[in-house]
Design a protein around this ligand. Sequence first.
Ligand SMILES: Cc1cc2nc3c(=O)[nH]c(=O)nc-3n(C[C@H](O)[C@H](O)[C@H](O)COP(=O)(O)OP(=O)(O)OC[C@H]3O[C@@H](n4cnc5c(N)ncnc54)[C@H](O)[C@@H]3O)c2cc1C
Length: 481
Amino acid sequence: MPPSHSTPLHDVVIIGAGASGLCAARHLLTTDPSLSILLLEALPHVGGRVHTATLSSPSLQSDIRVDLGAEFIHGSTTLINELVRENGWPTVEVFTAAQGDGGPDDAPTSDLSMYGVYFLNESKTLLRYDSDDADFVKMNEAFWSLSTLDPADIPSSLSIADHFQQSKISTRMTGMSNAGYSNTSGCSSLHELSLKRTVEYERHWKDHDGCCNDDGGDCRLSPPLAMSDVIDHVAADVDVRKNCRTNTKVLKVDYAEDTINIETSSDPGRLVQTKKVVVTVPVRIMIDGDIEFNPPLPAEKIEALSLYGMEDALKLFLVFRTRVWPEKVQNCIIADAPIPEMWFRSTPATSDAPSVHICCCFATAKFADSLKALKEPDATTAALKLLADMFDRTIDLNRQELLHSHMVCWSDVESVRGGYSFPRVGITRESVETIAAPLASKVFFAGEATHAGAAMTVHAAMETGIRAAEEVLKTLQPTQN
Ligand SMILES: Cc1cc2nc3c(=O)[nH]c(=O)nc-3n(C[C@H](O)[C@H](O)[C@H](O)COP(=O)(O)OP(=O)(O)OC[C@H]3O[C@@H](n4cnc5c(N)ncnc54)[C@H](O)[C@@H]3O)c2cc1C
């Protein structure tokens, strides 16, 4: 039976209240506060892939805030950096070990002298970030060279693996590059990753280089502040209590007539009606066809979407009573092991609770699939063993110090279904423009994957929200005579 009731006509409905949707709403409302805006969000909370959780258990003397999704602030000139500066939020610089950072010419973090290490699990060889191991140096040089290439000269059919073959990287470093670069990019192998688009990403990072505290490198908000505080700040400007419906999954967008009709899961008998709609859902949700569009999405948009991959992303948090890694080591990339990346931090002791030490194990794509199949207890054992092997301890010693563990798999979050989008071989900037292109001046697209510069980050998602809001505003303006 067709839905029988309808609601008042909104100016703009935004599907998804993650970083992009919230920024779209904020930009629309700050530009024109008289607009009637409604965000529809499938999850019970706003923020999407920015989600800070509180770990609490009888074994922990105080609650600990951890970022289940986005955690690090990349770049120095982004919207997030602006918010950080405006609000005077303290930050901590981090040593970014993955994706070609590190290597002999790199420096530890300027303020804390923290650094990264690299572990070849098969030979049990631990390398510091500044090791002069010839194979390791050559691998880092190949990664660094990416931002010096001209994307215009690169055919879209090439992968990062092709670039590595040309650079004659030792096969001894294959596992390391998969752990350091493929894993961080969200895919299983460098053969899948587009060289052309990755070079564009690297050049984008170069343009946004530095850190919000101007000391170089990436940073994080100083705990207990976390990424959700950025989102909550934007959400407060949007008045989400009034302008957002959570637990509301959009099933159908019918834009055949002037008024757009939107069917949702929460009230199938009542259509949401709007003049414009901004779709911000993750690529996986678009590819899987969760939302029915009438008229259907153009074939070229669907084809362009399929040039993105979006696999699982998993975090396993281990909280220890004492530090089971060296004090200055902030993170490690691990070759040929079940866990490709770990990073570490310690909480300060307070009058109520002693310091605790947190290890975050991070895995995407096939790494994440294998860890998920192991399930949390065995994944925890794998992490304890790696920590023991890397830092000359025993599993038993590490287990004695373990207070708490918590694992999250983003493929289990039904309305996200993965980590983040990575550019497959074949994708071009034009493909991204096709994904972002509005339909009939009524349906607009935002979200990390629609960013022309580089996907995969909160700031990219935020910028796409603003870009889509600008596009909407142009079509809402009365025609000038
Ligand atoms: C584990 C992990 C670690 C990360 N680390 C970092 C990091 O350190 N730094 C960084 O900058 N970025 C990081 N990212 C990436 C970053 O989180 C994302 O790029 C960004 O948050 C995406 O924002 P978005 O608005 O495009 O999408 P989302 O945040 O996914 O928002 C889209 C929203 O749409 C909703 N939705 C889906 N379908 C429907 C529907 N049918 N109806 C209604 N609502 C729907 C979803 O529930 C979701 O809330 C990480 C991501 C993950 C998963």
